[in-house]
Design a protein around this ligand. Structure first.
Ligand SMILES: C[S@@+](CC[C@H](N)C(=O)[O-])C[C@H]1O[C@@H](n2cnc3c(N)ncnc32)[C@H](O)[C@@H]1O
Length: 227
């Protein structure tokens, strides 16, 4: 409400009725640790068709970072996409979160069926093993993903990244924290590295974004210009 300049709940309710996007944003806030494999599948499809094709043309190690990774669904999805595009052997994915419980959960790699609502069955069958009531991520994918307990404003201990995903986290941050996060990400990215933010997130009036160009307006993908 503060971010929108609204001072009372009835004004916010009116705003919710007018702006369907805000309903999505509110739901995200209320479901702070909720995540899914291949959340917003169209974003992963875009990455597969563009950025991953580019990565394939280059040689050498690739570093991906999922910042605010909740229970690990997002970094494992990136590793699965790398496997599907024959990049897995070159990839290390870091998944970091400020919430220690989610990091422990992510390392265990066990998931209920509800986390697969955006994932084709063929992918679940190929990369997970059914265990009791849930599914466990297979070891070849798990081996490429490292989880760390880390506030996204802290300096990460790993090398510079080819791609950073930070989705559905900016909604919890005020403008100055958003700026700080973008600055940190631009420092952590390799020249021409990619930043992906959430589809419901709008970063407006953030000067630190000037070092990025927009790659996809619909998928909220940015590319660091250089340096
Ligand atoms: C809604 S989940 C998003 C998960 C995933 N990125 C996605 O889009 O599905 C938000 C996550 O951000 C984490 N988070 C919030 N503030 C953070 C911070 N300052 N540093 C690291 N993680 C943070 C929360 O603990 C939570 O797990």
């Amino acid at each position: 409400m503060r971010a929108l300049g609204l001072t009372d709940f009835s004004a916010y309710l009116e705003y919710l009725k007018r702006e369907p996007q805000e309903v999505k944003r509110l739901l995200n806030i209320l479901t702070i640790n909720l995540s899914f494999f291949f959340r917003n599948p169209e974003t992963f499809a875009f990455l597969e068709q563009h950025q991953f094709v580019e990565f394939k043309k280059e040689k050498g190690a690739l570093v991906f970072w999922s910042a605010g990774c909740a229970n690990g669904e997002e970094p494992y999805s990136l590793a699965i996409l790398a496997a599907e595009t024959s990049l897995l052997e070159r990839v290390t994915v870091y998944g970091t979160d400020i919430d220690e419980h989610t990091v422990t959960h992510a390392r265990a790699g066990m998931y209920p069926p509800s986390t697969f609502q955006y994932t084709p069955n063929s992918i679940v069958e190929k990369y997970f093993t059914k265990r009791d009531e849930g599914y466990r991520i297979n070891d070849d994918i798990r081996a490429r993903v490292r989880f760390l307990h880390l506030d996204l404003f802290e300096k990460a201990s790993f090398g510079r990244c080819d791609l950073i995903m930070c989705r559905n986290v900016f909604i919890y941050l005020n403008r100055s924290a958003q700026s700080k996060a973008i600055r940190n990400f631009s420092e952590r990215l390799k020249p021409h590295g990619y930043l992906v933010i959430g589809k419901v997130e709008l970063l407006i009036g953030i000067p630190e974004l000037k070092v990025f160009e927009v790659v996809s307006r619909t998928e909220h993908i940015y590319r660091k210009l250089s340096g």
